[in-house]
Write a protein that binds this ligand. Structure first.
Ligand SMILES: *[C@@H]1O[C@H](CO)[C@@H](O)[C@H](O)[C@H]1NC(C)=O
Ligand SMILES: *[C@@H]1O[C@H](CO)[C@@H](O)[C@H](O)[C@H]1NC(C)=O
Ligand SMILES: *[C@@H]1O[C@H](CO)[C@@H](O)[C@H](O)[C@H]1NC(C)=O
Ligand SMILES: *[C@@H]1O[C@H](CO)[C@@H](O)[C@H](O)[C@H]1NC(C)=O
Ligand SMILES: *[C@@H]1O[C@H](CO)[C@@H](O)[C@H](O)[C@H]1NC(C)=O
Ligand SMILES: *[C@@H]1O[C@H](CO)[C@@H](O)[C@H](O)[C@H]1NC(C)=O
Length: 497
């Protein structure tokens, strides 16, 4: 081929690859449950993304706490491989260690390296912006547009890093500001290149503040009294067994939390609609995958635990997951099990970009176009490292000065919801017809819990004693393999058809 021919050939190649390379809009909410009506306020999202695509009903957070989960979502790696243990710098949340070893290899960094224009707006990692880790001048590698929230979720009175320059916002509702930045990006982004856009609104994390226009939208809403609400049983690990055994009669504080959480999600729903309109107006809708999910779930009163995440129960670990885009089967609901670590490799796979060997998650690209009735069987790993914290013990509670306990406020009836040894690993074995969860706690009792979720979806009865010695051995063997696995070694265990 002569030079002229080569130029024409290359031009055609570029044209073909541009035309077929998809864009991604990744919407990540904060603490949004799927089992306590968390998706109820998202009517537009359910129709614009859900009806246009697949809703995965067995999606799980690999670690039910913000920073470790977000780090896993961004990398496709389990927390035991990212080293991110909790929400503080000491636990490697947004730490120098994270920046040096993992931040350079996130989904966005890989996509940018492959020609994508990349955008991030919203809550990033809880410790982002702290001085010891470079402050808000630090722009994580891999983003062309960086609108990162300093610190943890807030709705008003927050600081954003705008491409490395800190700006304080007082009265602008954060979710609305993120929607505006998102729309501007769609208008201003360079033409002719695929894009990856990630938006992470604060809703529906504490302090659960709705936009002013939504303040009474869910007036009269009460906490969800599902069968595990205010239920206590001696067959749970010690933290659940700790007093007080029951919630009080007056739980108006829980009613308020439920109400405000739902209200705070209404602005997210409007944001999703705005972004979809933006995609349509720039003619990119048909070539864009939209992924909507949350970093983990939440409980409100389940097993008499007031409100938090950090527990291995379904309310805390199950998340919404809706995906639409080119060729995704429309208006389908699929029980195929998915872990948050699977999202990054799936996006890379859809982009036609090679998935690095050390990614723990497995692409489920094929499942997006597979009929929901086709059989499956998978293992999902959930891991959590318990936190202790002297500061969170209220002097009015009977357990003052115990630095091993955490999340026990007087306003929450002194029920502790975390402890230094609330460290556990669970495996879920899920197929089209069966669903088991086995959890092992690193406490002094080596406590174990087993639930048959098909007959006991609310996890009321721990059936670990029904296992034979061999069953127990097999579970531990699998757990031990998974809690240390890396890259392809994880796939061998988690992928079973
Ligand atoms: C956390 O970061 C430190 C450096 O700050 C590093 O030495 C350590 O290995 C990391 N922890 C884990 C569990 O990877
Ligand atoms: C951030 O940088 C990008 C790329 O240079 C630019 O187009 C965009 O306008 C900047 N955004 C903000 C919010 O400053
Ligand atoms: C922002 O902070 C100021 C000062 O602490 C406070 O007075 C104000 O009420 C806060 N604004 C909102 C909307 O929360
Ligand atoms: C929780 O159960 C206890 C014991 O039955 C009861 O006294 C209390 O009123 C219940 N609270 C709620 C909110 O249902
Ligand atoms: C319930 O408790 C709230 C404070 O948490 C209080 O304002 C309210 O009056 C109480 N309701 C009843 C019926 O006692
Ligand atoms: C967070 O993790 C680090 C490292 O494991 C640990 O030193 C620290 O105590 C943890 N923080 C809390 C609140 O437990």
């Amino acid at each position: 081929m002569n030079v002229f021919g080569r130029i024409i050939f290359c031009t055609i190649l570029v044209f073909v690859s541009v035309a077929s390379t998809p864009n991604f809009v990744f919407l990540l909410t904060d603490d949004q449950d799927v089992l306590l009506n968390g998706m109820i306020p998202l009517t537009r999202t359910q129709s614009l993304v859900g009806l246009e695509g697949k809703t995965f009903t067995n999606a799980y957070a690999s670690t039910p706490i913000c920073c470790p989960s977000r780090s896993s979502i961004l990398t496709g790696k389990y927390a035991h491989n990212t080293g991110v243990r909790n929400n503080s710098l000491a636990g490697n949340c947004s730490s120098r260690y994270w920046q040096r070893h993992h931040e350079k290899h996130t989904l966005a960094a890989i996509l940018k390296g492959s020609g994508y224009v990349t955008f991030y707006a919203g809550k990033y990692l809880n410790a982002y912006g702290q001085k010891q880790a470079g402050g808000t001048q630090h722009i994580p590698k891999g983003y062309d547009w960086w609108i990162g929230l300093k610190g943890n979720s807030r709705y008003y009175n927050y600081t954003l890093s705008l491409n490395g320059t800190a700006k304080f916002f007082k009265d602008d509702y954060l979710t609305d500001i993120l929607a505006d930045y998102g729309k501007n990006f769609l208008k201003q982004k360079p033409q002719g290149r695929p894009f990856f856009m990630m938006i992470a609104p604060p809703a529906c994390h504490a302090p659960f503040t709705p936009a002013k226009r939504h303040e009474s939208a869910f007036a009269g809403t009460k906490v969800i009294r599902n069968p595990s609400f205010n239920y206590t049983s001696s067959d749970k690990h010690w933290l659940v067994r700790m007093p007080p055994k029951w919630l009080p009669q007056n739980v108006s504080i829980l009613d308020d939390i439920q109400k405000h959480r739902l209200e705070s999600l209404l602005a997210v729903d409007e944001m999703v609609e705005e972004i979809v309109k933006g995609l349509e107006s720039v003619g990119e809708m048909d070539n864009t995958y939209i992924i909507f999910t949350s970093d983990h779930g939440f409980h409100i009163g389940q097993f008499s635990m007031p409100w938090d995440k950090r527990q291995p129960y379904e309310t805390d670990i199950r998340i919404p997951l809706l995906i639409s885009g080119p060729n995704v089967l429309q208006n389908t609901s699929d029980g195929y099990p998915i872990s948050t670590v699977d999202i990054a490799p799936t996006i890379l796979d859809l982009a036609g970009v090679e998935i690095p060997n050390n990614v723990d998650g497995v692409s489920f690209k094929q499942r997006l176009v597979t009929n929901e009735e086709s059989p499956y069987e998978r293992i999902i790993l959930v891991e959590y490292w318990g936190e202790g914290n002297l500061k969170s013990i209220d002097n009015r509670c009977p357990w003052k000065n115990d630095e091993n306990l955490a999340e026990c406020g007087e306003n929450a009836w002194c029920k502790c919801q975390d402890a230094r040894n609330n460290t556990y690993t669970c495996i879920l074995q899920i197929s089209g017809v069966s669903k088991y969860k086995f959890c092992s706690f690193a406490d002094s009792e080596s406590f174990a819990e087993l639930y048959n979720l098909v007959v006991d979806p609310y996890e009321l009865k721990n059936v670990v004693n029904s296992l034979t010695e061999q069953n127990v051995k097999d579970y531990y063997k699998m757990l031990n393999k998974l809690r240390k696995c890396r890259g392809r070694k994880c796939h061998a265990v988690t992928r079973q058809g």
